[in-house]
Design a protein around this ligand. Sequence first.
Ligand code: URA
Length: 275
Amino acid sequence: MRLGEQIEGDWAASLAALAWQLDCGVDEVIGDAGLDRYDLPEPVKPAAAVAPAPPVPAPGRSGAAFVPPPEPPKIDPVAEARGVAARAGSLEALREALEAFDLCDLRKGARSLVFADGDPAARVLILGEAPGREEDMAGRPFVGRAGQLLDRMLAAIGLSRTSPDPAAGVYITNVMPWRPPGNRDPDEAEIAMMRPFVERHIALADPEVIVVMGNTPLMALTGTRGIVRARGSWTQALGRPLLPMVHPAYLLRNPLAKREAWADLLALQARLRGT
Ligand code: URA
């Protein structure tokens, strides 16, 4: 090949190579030597990014509905009292259950729990209303003026809370074991709350007859009011004979009613004698 022919051939090959690169999209010269990209060192991977916490919706502003915290379950005080009273297997356990029972607000204003007095083995159980000031101070039922009258009434038919003989004894308790403020009557909700305890108290003491004194115990055991009308007529409650009598405090205010109260005491005595 002649020199002229060789130059002409190189030139034509270079022109063809350049045209091929242009066809491949090369439009800029960036270096004198080619770059083998398969032989480049591994690039350093960037550190993994930490996902940002999702935004917390501002209450009432973001459109997300505000969900109030769940309300604590409502307590039914009567159901609670029923369960607590039913678990008491003795009078002492019942007293302790009442000491621990904190659903009745009256206990907050009272100085003591007034549970009972007298002989639990007695044939007669006397159920009063609620402690007054003297009872709250002493922690025993019927120790004030009305209680002293009650003791005289019982003595007149040969009964006493201090008798060592259960046949001549009495057991005395109240519907409400805590003194209500200002000596007000317990309301119906309070009576309903105490009723399971009263029922259990009577079941554990197991008296032969019950005497209710005043409207509160009449209501608690028979669901009725009107002690002045109901007095003196034997009825039944909790499967036992029940005699309603007016409250001794009523007799202190109404001495003329003592005549009827005397008749009721004689009816009680006759019942105990089996006559
Ligand atoms: N009245 C009641 O009914 N109970 C008492 O304990 C005292 C007064």
